[in-house]
Design a protein around this ligand. Structure first.
Ligand code: ZN
Length: 251
């Protein structure tokens, strides 16, 4: 379950991502047999039964079975990262069905967040992989403009890739940050998870700029970037719950 919107009536509208695509269903307050709406929590892996009269109707959820809880995702130091991956998967599947892989990567990423000691690294690595699945990975092996192997020391967000000094354009990036980005974007996941990038605030900034340009601005990512840069926004919007509610209401 990647998005949850609690209505004033007490009903819950759930956005679910499965191997078969993304769809939405509503659970009526007090109408889930044997269950409570607590099973419909964000990021839970659930099996649902539903009823839908027409294809374009909102499905009515009639049963929800919890397959596996990922208890650490509700911890305040992990929750914002889970929200980034879920919101990104949601944004990447607005009008397209990207197939089973997005579901598999998101599920794998959430399980990784649940058990890995470095949820920030898991999120950076999986976010770039999700973008890659959607065909949106930046070019990192060669200069975007001249095709040379570099040294690649600038990142062109709009153009979508690393560029060399001779071609110019984009924003300057140190050599080590550039190779870290190459690893995050194109590296093998298990290797990436063993070699955390040194300049984390920079990588959050690159990811947030890239996603905002090529997908859309994600509230959860903006928050995480601000925290990584040491300037968390004040007020209730900084909490996970508030960002979840906000994510749910924006559609
Ligand atoms: Zn070049």
């Amino acid at each position: 379950m990647i998005r949850r919107l609690a209505l004033p009536s007490g009903d819950v509208v759930a956005t679910l991502l499965s191997e078969h695509g993304k769809w939405r269903g509503v659970a009526r307050k007090g109408k889930l047999p044997g269950g409570n709406l607590g099973r419909l929590s964000l990021f839970h892996d659930v099996t649902v039964q539903f009823y839908r009269r027409h294809d374009d109707d909102l499905a009515l959820l009639t049963q929800v079975r919890l397959n596996g809880a990922l208890p650490n995702l509700s911890r305040p130091e992990v929750y914002p990262y889970a929200h980034v991956l879920a919101e990104l998967a949601d944004a990447l599947t607005v009008d397209v069905h990207l197939g089973e892989k997005v579901y598999a990567y998101l599920a794998s990423g959430l399980r990784g967040l649940n058990r890995h000691a470095d949820p920030e690294l898991v999120t950076l690595a999986y976010a770039w992989k999700l973008l890659g699945l959607a065909g949106l990975a930046p070019a990192t092996d060669r200069c975007l403009h001249c095709g040379s192997e570099g040294p690649l020391c600038r990142f062109d967000v709009a153009g979508g890739g690393l560029v060399c000094e001779r071609c110019g354009g984009g924003a300057p990036l140190g050599a080590s940050a550039a190779s870290e980005l190459q690893r995050l974007v194109a590296g093998n996941l298990s290797h990436t998870l063993k070699r955390p990038p040194a300049e984390r605030p920079l990588h959050w900034r690159l990811l947030a700029q890239y996603v905002a340009y090529h997908v859309r601005e994600l509230h959860s990512l903006t928050l995480v970037k601000a925290v990584a840069e040491g300037s968390p926004p004040a007020g209730p919007a900084a909490t996970g719950e508030a960002s979840a509610a906000d994510g749910g209401s924006r559609e």
